[in-house]
Design a protein around this ligand. Structure first.
Ligand code: C2E
Ligand code: CA
Ligand code: CA
Length: 572
């Protein structure tokens, strides 16, 4: 009896133990956010555990119910899921499958484990997991890897990838491909004027327009601020580049309406390179299209230009020049020449203008006209300009000490250099360092400096002028010159451009303009300097109309320091 009681107690304790284990497993399963289908092949039974209610709204109590699960997934997954859920896949111990649910934005993962004994399956567990969230994240990541989020067009990398694939196929299929690079004109002005958000909105609207144009023979990418690429397979008929560009221009005839109510008109330029004529690999094609796009911009707005070999050669030459210029900066291969300016009445030396020269490896002097434009385009003007400032001021301090000269040193300042935040402080520091009186220094700026942010530019001019430095407006008459805006400018001197002086003797209307400039400037209290005076006749005329100062080959060409020094010794 005792023995029986003992066995009963044992059995009960085992049952209790099993109960609590079962509860534990149930709890673990139901809180795991997964559902499990457990199949016992020997007992031919099936049970579902875990969080099944969040997966199915039907009961699964035997094998045939598994059909119901298969019916919930999209057609493309049905076959594989059937194989996984039913017992055909006995060759694999582990298997998993991701399925999208029919008509829902939901993904399930089915992971199957089969337990074998002596080569035969005895048990199987299918774990079902909701992977919608990670799928979505993956999709977003993939989208970001391939697409530009602002416009929904391809990004640069993906464009290159697809274009490369197109080129590979084009080789065997004898197809041609055109790559077009499109870039808005003056986008910076739009961005500066309306703000970055409006700029983005504009780019987005244009991107959507491009997207609507696409079909299976075209791809497009938004690659940075306002630059788009398009590639067109077999560009003929209404897929020809000319036709597509005309469609784009038609769209640009109408404004883009932005959310803030602004209506913006834009213009753009495009460059085209073609496979296989221009290049046979995607990066080179894109590169060439970009280079011609910049050339198109030089022709004006809304221009389309096709690749021509000489354009690329120019580009490479420029690259070469840029590299040489960089080297010249690091090797300090520049010198300053000085051109005198004289008072037209007294004939006294009023001052000198410092003009840069690049002494190349062979000692040849390269004139600034050959490299200043490139230096401005590439930003190299900033280090070059800093060198000019320091060199000029340093030399001026030496002359002042030696020759006690009483003259002004004029220094040319580029827009990019002037715009820099540290420009004013650096300038003041240099005057301090070399102990030069600010009133002996004159900065020559051109109207291009004034184009950007007029108020800010003028504010800076005031700071410079208040410090005592003179400001001269260079090349007057060549830009958007208008006498009316001169009034508000804190300047001291105005330089009448050589183009006026060239024709002033023979052309009556130039005479009228020149005379009105001189008299108006006088009324405003500024000094005048006439540039490029080459003949006695010009000199006499300018003196007669009371132009204050004369600069030009007639009185002195730009000269090296030694020559200027001997001139000062002579005068002194
Ligand atoms: P710019 O400031 O208008 O300088 C006057 C230019 O006209 C100089 O050319 C000068 O040599 C030339 N010139 C003066 N008188 C006559 C004349 O009677 N007849 C003729 N045919 N030409 C005359 P340069 O030295 O070749 O300089 C060209 C331009 O390069 C300058 O025009 C200026 O815009 C720029 N530049 C020169 N040095 C610098 C510099 O240090 N910094 C910056 N940012 N630009 C500079
Ligand atoms: Ca000048
Ligand atoms: Ca000038």
């Amino acid at each position: 009896m005792n023995d029986l009681q003992f066995q009963l107690d044992m059995a009960q304790s085992v049952i209790q133990h099993l109960d609590s284990k079962e509860k534990m497993y149930q709890l673990v399963c139901s809180t795991s956010r997964n559902a499990f289908i457990y199949v016992d092949f020997l007992k031919k039974s099936l049970s579902v555990l875990g969080n099944r209610s969040s997966f199915f709204d039907f009961t699964i109590s035997n094998e045939s119910d598994l059909i119901k699960i298969i019916e919930t997934v999209e057609d493309g997954y049905k076959n594989d899921l059937q194989k996984l859920l039913f017992f055909e896949r006995t060759h694999k111990e582990n298997d998993s499958l991701e399925c999208k649910l029919e008509g829902k934005d939901k993904w399930l993962e089915f992971e199957c484990t089969i337990i074998y004994q002596d080569g035969s399956p005895i048990e199987k567990v299918v774990r079902i997991r909701d992977i919608s969230k990670s799928k979505k994240q993956n999709e977003e990541l993939q989208y970001m890897a391939y697409y530009d989020t602002l416009t929904g067009l391809y990004n640069r990398n993906y464009f290159v990838r697809v274009l490369s694939e197109w080129i590979r196929n084009a080789e065997s299929d004898n197809e041609s491909i055109a790559v077009m690079c499109l870039d808005f004109d003056d986008f910076k002005k739009i961005n500066d004027g309306l703000g970055l958000v409006a700029g983005d909105e504009l780019v987005q609207s244009f991107g959507l327009f491009i997207r609507d144009m696409l079909d299976d023979r075209m791809i497009a990418a938004h690659v940075n601020d306002d630059t788009f690429y398009m590639a067109i397979k077999n560009p003929i008929g209404n897929h020809s580049v000319d036709y597509i560009f005309t469609q784009v221009l038609k769209r640009l005839e109408k404004p883009f309406r932005l959310l803030g109510g602004h209506e913006i008109y834009i213009t753009l330029c495009a460059g085209v390179a073609e496979y296989p004529e221009t290049a046979t690999n995607s990066l080179e094609l894109i590169n060439c299209a970009e280079v011609v796009m910049f050339r198109a911009k030089e022709l004006g707005t809304n221009q389309l230009k096709y690749f021509e070999a000489p354009i690329y050669k120019d580009f490479l030459d420029n690259v070469n020049l840029e590299n040489r210029l960089k080297e010249a900066i690091s090797m300090n291969r520049f010198v300053l020449y000085y051109q005198p300016q004289y008072d037209s009445k007294s004939g006294d030396l009023r001052g000198v203008e410092a003009l840069i020269r690049w002494k190349d490896e062979n000692g040849k002097m390269i004139s600034p006209g050959c490299f200043i434009p490139l230096a401005e385009k590439s930003g190299l003007i900033v280090p070059i300009g800093s060198w000019v400032l320091e060199e000029g001021i340093k030399k001026y301090a030496e002359w002042r000490k030696k020759y006690d000269c009483n003259m002004v040193l004029s220094l040319n300042i580029s827009a990019l250099q002037y715009k820099r935040q540290d420009f004013v402080n650096n300038l003041f520091d240099l005057l301090e360092k070399y102990q030069v009186n600010p009133k002996d220094i004159e900065l020559e700026i051109t109207e291009s400096v004034l184009i950007d942010d007029f108020d800010q530019v003028v504010e800076k001019l005031h700071v410079i002028k208040d410090y005592g430095i003179k400001i001269s407006l260079d090349d007057f008459g060549t830009g958007f010159s208008s006498l009316s805006y001169l009034k508000g400018l804190p300047i001291d001197t105005l330089k009448i451009d050589k183009s006026f002086i060239d024709t002033v003797i023979d052309d009556e209307s130039t005479q009228v303009i020149t005379e009105s400039i001189v008299s108006m400037v006088k009324k405003l209290g500024y000094e005048t300097v006439a540039e490029g005076v080459e003949t006695e006749e010009q000199f006499e005329y300018l003196k007669k109309i009371e132009c204050d100062n004369i600069q030009g080959f007639l009185l002195g060409k730009p000269m090296p320091e030694e020559e200027l020094v001997s001139l000062m010794e002579h005068n002194g």
